[in-house]
Design a protein around this ligand. Structure first.
Ligand code: NDP
Ligand code: GDR
Length: 356
């Protein structure tokens, strides 16, 4: 049987990198969309990339943008994928309050552009479509835990844009018979998570503080609760969703929730430091229990205009229908991230020494 062809939109991001690796392992031909940037943006996938002139090359990158329908139509036409994974997005919730129109254009209309390209190219039957939907859709949901039946109450321009993308995916499934599915994924992290998401910000800071390169970590709302899993486990779920005979929508989650505060404590614990907290609200501080040094301060700049207080997912449907379950436990995730950042910080410090 001929190898399947996949197109990953957002191939340069955290999930794109893990998914490309998974699909290449499964024998797929993988095409990825990357956008033009003034500096290199392929660091996460460079290890997968080989010169086109080498033999047996199965991973290709194409310049395009979710805001540019012409590029999307051209790339889909040229690559003729069996499966499209739409992971491309302005994915930072706080940034979406500052760039709401761009976020809507990329995350919301971008999804429409891809689905419409399938119609224009008469590929509604030949190509399956995965949409990276999010637990942020639940927002201020009244019920905990959240599953596929929980009512959406988005709390940010990001979530509102993803709400449109969710429903347009459902609509193209119902109206045109596209095999189009939503994965409603709860937070998933890894050592290659973007540096401005809270988990990676914390793991990097712990490593830098441990090496004496940073003195403090400034955070926003440390009482927010998230259901954090590992990206490696979640891309496996994305693939399983597209292998189902009938398209459907699935929650992927660990079923455990932790506060940002607990993540911070667990991360410092990885380097043998215990945190004590004093004060409240914006005046709260975290101290090193041993020597009393202030390690964490609250900076209200990181408070969001509207916050999602608690996310906790129920992935029973995915477990029963996809046979999917997350493998990585919270503590293992934190430890893997801190260990990786300790190595990175040491390498960077070594490079700087050489520059001196
Ligand atoms: P990242 O932010 O790491 O990656 C996003 C990807 O989208 C990057 O490749 C980025 O390119 C690309 N991108 C951004 N804007 C555009 C654009 N205008 N045109 C083309 N490409 C663009 O996100 P993750 O990998 O963490 O998440 C993947 C998807 O899953 C996103 O849609 C996110 O919203 C969603 N999601 C993520 C969850 C998580 O916890 N990680 C949970 C639920 C949903 P570049 O590298 O150049 O920035
Ligand atoms: P989130 O992830 O908004 O859940 O979206 P993020 O890590 O940005 O925030 C998680 C929680 O931590 C609180 N927080 C801080 N957040 C950041 N970024 N920086 C801080 O300094 C800080 N201090 C506290 C936040 O207020 C929030 O409550 C992620 C993204 O990957 C989305 O694309 C995805 O859809 C959802 O997860 C599920």
């Amino acid at each position: 049987m001929a190898a399947k062809t996949a197109l990953i939109l957002g191939a340069t991001g955290q999930d794109g990198a893990y998914l490309a690796e998974l699909l290449l392992d499964k024998g797929y031909l993988v095409h990825g969309l990357k956008r033009r940037s003034s500096s290199f943006n392929t660091g996460r996938i460079d290890h997968l990339y080989h010169d086109r002139h080498e033999r047996d090359v199965r991973f290709f990158l194409h310049h395009g943008d979710m805001t540019d329908a012409t590029s999307l139509i051209r790339i889909i036409q040229e690559t003729q994928p069996d499966e499209i994974y739409n992971l491309a997005a302005q994915s930072h919730v706080q940034v979406s309050f500052e760039t709401p129109e761009y976020t809507a254009n990329t995350d919301g209309l971008g999804t429409l552009r891809v689905l419409e390209a399938l119609r224009i190219l008469k590929m509604t039957e030949s190509c399956r479509f995965y949409q990276a939907s999010t637990s942020e859709l639940f927002g201020r949901a009244a019920t905990v835990p959240q599953d596929e039946r929980t009512v959406f109450q988005p709390r940010s321009p990001y979530a509102a844009s993803k709400l449109y993308a969710y429903w347009i995916t459902v609509n193209y499934r119902e109206a045109y018979g596209v095999h189009a599915s939503n994965g409603i994924l709860f937070n998933h992290e890894s050592p290659i998570r973007g540096e401005t998401f809270v988990t990676r910000k914390v793991s990097r800071a712990v490593a830098a503080i441990q090496q004496g390169l940073q003195s403090r970590l400034y955070l926003g709302n440390i009482d927010a609760k998230r259901d954090w899993g590992h990206a490696r486990d979640y891309v496996e779920g994305m693939w399983r969703i597209l292998q189902q005979p009938i398209a459907d929508d699935y929650v992927l989650a660990t079923g455990e929730t932790h506060t940002v505060r607990e993540f911070v404590e667990a991360a410092f614990d990885c380097v043998g430091r215990r945190i004590e907290w004093q004060g409240a609200g914006a005046d709260e501080k975290g101290y090193d229990a041993e020597n009393g040094a202030t390690l964490i301060e609250i900076d209200p700049r990181y408070f969001r205009p509207t916050e999602v207080d608690i996310l906790l997912g129920d992935a029973t449907k995915a477990r029963l229908q996809l046979g999917w379950k997350p493998r990585t436990k919270f503590r293992e995730l934190v430890s893997e991230m801190v260990t990786s950042d300790l190595e990175t910080v040491l390498k960077e410090a070594g490079r700087n020494d050489r520059d001196d």
